[in-house]
Ligand binder design. Structure first.
Ligand code: GLA
Length: 721
């Protein structure tokens, strides 16, 4: 009897262990991924798509698409694994070992497929964690060296998935500083297409690690087969799409191994980051909504708590401020109804005061010449006005003009015997080095403990890696820098989160250089772009919100004429665009008229009234800026009780734009009351405002409201009655 209990307990802990020819099925609510073992004992992907029942999974014909494509055998295209074994052999031949399945809770299951080389003591474990309700799969791989000597890994992917379709269309997102998230879709030709970053730190500066892969036809919003994926990794990434001469596509994703070969010591295991992905046969909209729901629950720190709206002083003052100026902004922030004041760059540095971006980074002492009463004074000013206080830090960086650099010139990433390569006058601290990790943890810790009452950190990161050398890493492991940096950063963030679970932290990276699900478990939100021009932001946020939810998309009303584009835009348009994300403001309030202040106060009140819907609702994109002059999107609460709809016109339409907004995601059988919010001087919704319509009507007939003016916008709310 006791034996039976022990066996039962072991089974409950470890789940099922399988071998033999049964299919290995990875399931979410609506999808499944099926592997089978062939006669050569190779594990082969045989299906990925809409959910099939168990019996049908058994009859799926075996396909010969290896779960990990390896170099050195008979496969001649892009491999997922290229290892040189300890005796110099350049081939790897992986065969099935066993499978383990663990039920983690009522929504998550982990399946581990163990593989081993047919000759060498080299093991590979491919793991899948499913999030059933959200239909998201996380897949990663661990490579273990059981050989006596070192194995060199030249390619070490996280995932390798195969597709068989007449055509493949790849959508990716790329850009530059203040010009992020250009969306491009291309037909994949035979050969290799790679979306990658080689930047190491601030890795998303030029391109993002998220994509859509549409099968058969270009990706559409509400129909068609599409795979959406993103790598949960803050460093350099490579997403390879390799179409062979039989038109099969292999999608191989992971850490970018370019200039990054990894020496896997005897007994060591390298765990790769997860690719998060889903399959939808109802277009990109479904993919986005699945990712958003997943992110709020699992992917973002505090993603299920409402986020604070804030006033930031960066564009208002840049480096030029004093107590009086800041107190004025704090008062205005409180008067307007913001939850928090965020003090940006420029508050620190004594010997090398931070009065511009050329000095002071690394010296995190208050600049008493600017702020004689320290940060405590500003915290009190905020407390008097019942708002919270936040602060800007850039802990990973140093200016050569700093006391830190004078003391530790060897703490930076650079190559010996080469000139320093400065970008924004600064250098990256070498987080591969544990002493540097301690320093970074300590400066944040010290800032927090010396000034109680800091509720928010804007954690910036304003350059990427060049001259990629570490004085800490041994000479034969210089190529590990890309991975060791991320490990060092993660170590610091984990320590900080353990000590400061409540503080809100924003990931900023000179704009949107650090937006990824490898960072977001430690960050509550992210800054998308230094470009706050609402017209640019329509596109930038359109891009980022494909995979990341509104709740963590910091989106500010900024100065006019805009400091990046020089464009002048109505305050209402600026508010309405910012209000589609997590609202904030970057304005010098003493340059605002009383009328503008009154309007802003009402706009913030209106945002707060629908904040729950924006931050927790499902996103439906109605009209794309890439396809029409009018742009529209809406959020609907999961229980369909409330929705909020935004409509923007990009350019003047001299004949008037009459595009209809066919709403989505509503309960067809319910009645909704439509109320315009954040009203401007005139309304386009006179025929609609205050009236009640069925969900069915709003989705089938739609809302027809004329627009004509450049930078015109309207917003309305729907409440089930
Ligand atoms: C980066 C950020 C800005 C601001 C500056 C301060 O560029 O993206 O928002 O914080 O740094 O130097």
């Amino acid at each position: 009897m006791i034996k039976i209990f022990i066996l039962l307990a072991v089974f409950m802990m470890f789940g099922s262990v399988s071998a033999g020819n049964a299919p290995i099925v990875i399931r979410t609510k609506n999808t499944c991924l099926v592997y089978k073992v062939n006669d050569q004992q190779q594990v082969c992907q045989s299906y990925f798509g809409n959910s099939l029942n168990d019996k049908d999974c058994e009859v799926i014909p075996l396909a010969n698409d290896a779960i990990v494509l390896t170099f050195g055998g008979n496969y001649v295209f892009q491999p997922a694994l290229r290892a040189v074994h300890s005796d110099g052999n350049t081939s790897t031949d992986l065969i099935f070992g066993r499978t383990e399945t663990k039920r983690l809770n009522d929504n998550q299951t982990q399946t581990d497929i163990y593989l081993k080389d047919s000759y060498f003591a080299f093991q590979v474990k491919v793991s899948f964690k499913t999030y059933e309700k959200e239909d998201i799969i996380a897949q990663w791989t661990e490579y273990s060296n059981g050989e006596k000597g070192t194995v060199t890994l030249y390619d070490y992917a996280s995932s390798c998935l195969s597709f068989d379709s007449p055509k493949y269309y790849l959508t990716d997102y790329h850009g530059n500083w203040a010009d992020e998230m250009h969306q491009t879709e291309r037909l994949l030709n035979r050969g290799l297409t790679t979306i990658e970053s080689r930047l190491g730190v601030r890795a998303n500066e030029y391109g993002h690690s998220f994509f859509y892969l549409a099968l058969d036809k270009p990706a559409a919003e509400e129909n068609g087969k599409v795979i959406g994926g993103t790598l949960a990794w803050p460093g350099s990434f490579a997403l390879h799409f390799s179409v062979d001469n039989w038109d099969k596509l292999r999608m191989i994703t992971g850490i970018n191994s370019y200039a990054g070969h990894y020496l896997l010591e005897s007994g060591e295991t390298l765990a790769t980051p997860a690719l998060l992905y889903t399959f939808s046969d109802s277009g990109k909209g479904t993919v986005s909504r699945r990712f958003h729901r997943w992110a709020r629950q699992y992917g973002v720190y505090n993603g299920s708590k409402p986020h604070l709206s804030l006033m930031n002083n960066w564009e208002a003052t840049y480096f030029k401020f004093d107590n009086q100026i800041l107190s004025g902004i704090i008062n205005a922030a409180a008067d307007m109804g913001f939850d928090l004041f965020l003090l940006d760059d420029g508050w620190f540095g004594s010997k090398y005061p931070r009065n511009n971006d050329a000095a002071g980074l690394g010296d995190w002492e208050v600049n008493r010449a600017k702020l004689p009463d320290g940060l405590g004074y500003l915290v009190k000013e905020c407390q008097k006005r019942r708002i919270k206080f936040g602060i800007w830090l850039e802990p990973e960086m140093v200016n050569p003009h700093s006391e830190l650099y004078e003391k530790h010139p060897d703490w930076i990433i650079t190559q010996a015997h080469r000139d320093l390569d400065l970008s924004r006058n600064q250098l990256i601290l070498d987080l591969c080095n544990p002493a540097v990790q301690d320093y970074v943890f300590n400066i944040v810790d010290k800032t927090m403990t010396e000034t109680p009452g800091i509720s928010y950190i804007k954690w910036d990161c304003n350059r990427f890696v060049t001259n990629s050398g570490s004085f800490y890493l041994p000479k034969e492991k210089q190529s590990h820098l890309w991975i060791e940096y991320v490990r060092g950063l993660t170590n610091v963030l984990q320590r900080l989160r353990a000590k400061y679970p409540e503080v809100v932290i924003m990931a900023c990276s000179g704009g949107g250089g650090r937006i990824d699900y490898g960072s977001l478990p430690y960050f509550d939100e992210f800054w998308v772009s230094d470009n706050g021009d609402p017209l640019s932001r329509i596109y930038i946020q359109w891009g980022v919100n494909q995979f990341f939810p509104a709740i963590c998309t910091a989106s500010h009303v900024s100065v006019c004429p805009n400091h990046t584009t020089g464009r002048t835009m109505p305050l209402k348009f600026r508010f309405d665009v910012a209000a589609t994300g997590k609202l904030g403001m970057d304005l010098q309030v003493n340059q605002m008229t009383d009328e503008e202040k009154t309007f802003s106060k009402q706009a913030i009140k209106d945002y707060n009234s629908v904040k729950e819907v924006v931050q927790f609702g499902d996103l439906y994109r109605l009209l794309s800026p890439y396809e029409s002059n009018r742009v529209a999107l809406m959020y609907v609460l999961e229980d369909e009780s409330r929705a909020v709809v935004y409509s923007f016109l990009q350019e003047k339409d001299i004949h008037g734009n009459t595009q209809i907004l066919y709403l989505k995601g509503l309960d067809p059988n319910a009645q909704y009351k439509l109320t315009e919010i954040n009203k401007g001087s005139h309304s386009r919704l006179n025929d609609w405002d205050g009236k009640t319509f069925s969900g069915d009507f709003l989705m089938k007939h739609g809302v027809s409201a004329y627009m004509s003016d450049e930078y015109e916008s309207f917003v309305f709310e729907l409440r089930k009655i």
